[in-house]
Ligand binder design. Sequence first.
Ligand SMILES: N[C@@H](CCC(=O)N[C@@H](CS)C(=O)NCC(=O)O)C(=O)O
Length: 203
Amino acid sequence: MITLYGYNRSRWIKPYWTLNELGVPFEAKNVRPDYLHAECPEVLAHNPFAKLPVLVDGDFYVFESSAISTYLADKYPEKKPSPKPGSRDRALYDQWISLASTDLEQPLWRIAKHSFLYPPEKQSEADKILAREDFLKEAKVLNELITPFLVGGSFSVADIVMGYTLNWANGYKLLEDFPKLKSYIVEHTARKSFPKELFQVAR
Ligand SMILES: N[C@@H](CCC(=O)N[C@@H](CS)C(=O)NCC(=O)O)C(=O)O
């Protein structure tokens, strides 16, 4: 049995969306990261960084939202194949997943931290402005490169990771000048597998 721990409309959307897309049954446990100690000490024991999401597959624990998503797609090739390791498509798949999870995500995370995660006295408007600039610089290039599906002409985890990240950016109104990026997320978040319900929960 697969159990996915995560919290509301956060990075667990990536593996949640992947599991839906694969049609693999799973149990979703919505828990706040700061409640892990009290509610799920076994999860904390397997991810002492105390961050979510964490996936539990039998006796196996894995964390990092993009790594969980690629693990799942690789584990169920009969449901939806992911590109074969060593192939050029696999290299491109890893390329887009890395870009979205690092260069594109980090400015968004900085904006989140300086908007509501750091205590008010540590929040910096100047760093938020820099983070917006960093994101927009990448987005300008990506808007020219993006294609309806990032790899191999069909929907893959690369589109889940990129779609999640761009959707987050859109929430910060960072895609206003990038119509191709906006169309990309409209298209992919309209999929039946996109977990829209996570945008309603609050705890
Ligand atoms: N790179 C990690 C980031 C995980 C992360 O920061 N998760 C947030 C929720 S989306 C969290 O657990 N925050 C709690 C904390 O930073 O203490 C991933 O993609 O899974």
